[in-house]
Design a protein around this ligand. Structure first.
Ligand code: MG
Length: 302
């Protein structure tokens, strides 16, 4: 069974008979899905193969671009263009559907970023992203290099002021991130357990109150996620948090209660709302892109 309810509340978000559909991919590690409304398509990264994939209803799975310098997470800017994390360039960048790529930000106080992992855009146009060292730890998903920073920060970049602010260094290895529907809370996953074999490290989502400035105040751990780690995740318009895990997606209330699961046959990395009605959830999991129909849209409208 794909849809596993732990509480009846789960069926507010998803039909009990929702079917999981594999859309294909032939990837090594799929991550960073974004619904591009101008193209009615999903773009996502196949990180170890250094390429960006594309799926649309009309054309199915295609290779969108190659030699992309190990992109990871993507999101849409306020104008609908794609904003990407690049492990290889160690930067945030903007790309058009025509293939033009323009750097946005690549350094903090004169030091190179580590390897931006996932990115979101706030309604005021600021670009928020995580910067763990996974893309410089080896040549598998980038280029091996030492970190030039003293912590693994979550950053906020203000394009209008060309200013990069480190909003927290309190997440050991920050990975996925998303705002609550009213943007008063920022959720960040900590996946420091990901590359360790000894059972140490974190596999949890932490929450922060967001104030102008920008600045964050810790609210504590929202949820410990297992098996595996919470890599990428999204927030629904209802405020529920839909997170990846080793076994599929898990859905938590804003209070941190686990209310249901969407089980997948492969280790799951991320998801994004999209489709013509904004209620299709596209899911990246190891080799493939999957989709499932929901009853709700994302907090960020597709
Ligand atoms: Mg990630």
């Amino acid at each position: 069974m794909t849809v596993v309810a732990i509480s009846e509340e789960f069926f507010e978000l998803i039909p009990p008979d929702a079917k999981l559909e594999c859309l294909g991919g032939d990837c090594t590690w799929s991550e960073g899905p974004v619904w591009v409304r101008a193209a009615e398509a999903v773009l996502w990264s196949d990180i170890p193969n250094n390429r960006i994939m594309k799926w649309s209803e009309d054309s199915g799975v295609e290779v969108f671009d190659t030699d992309v310098e190990f992109t990871n997470g993507h999101t849409l800017d306020r104008d609908g263009t794609v904003v990407s994390c690049s492990h290889g360039h160690r930067r945030i960048e903007r790309r058009t559907l025509g293939g033009t790529v323009v750097p946005i930000v690549d350094s903090f106080q004169g030091h190179r970023l580590n390897s931006p992992n996932d990115v979101i855009v706030k309604s005021d146009g600021t670009i928020w992203f995580t910067d763990p060292p996974y893309g410089i730890a080896s040549d598998h998903e980038g280029h091996a290099a030492p970190s030039e920073l003293d912590a693994n920060y979550v950053f906020c970049f203000d394009p209008s002021a060309n200013e990069l602010v480190a909003v927290t260094d309190q997440v050991e290895e920050p990975n996925g991130l998303a705002f609550s529907p009213d943007e008063s809370i920022l959720y960040v996953s900590d996946t420091s357990a990901a590359l360790r074999d000894d059972g140490s490290g974190n596999h949890q989502i932490v929450a922060f109150d967001v104030a102008d400035g920008p600045s964050l105040s810790p609210r504590g751990v929202l949820a410990v996620v297992e098996p595996g780690v919470p890599d990428g995740f999204r927030v629904a318009e209802t405020g529920h948090i839909i997170t990846s895990s080793e076994s599929g997606l898990q859905v938590f209330t804003p209070d941190g209660e686990l209310i249901g699961r969407i089980d997948l046959p492969e280790t799951t990395s991320n998801c994004v709302f999209g489709g013509p009605d904004g209620q299709t959830l596209y899911i990246t999991a190891s080799t493939s892109l999957y989709r499932i129909q929901m009853n709700v849209q994302g907090a960020v409208k597709a």
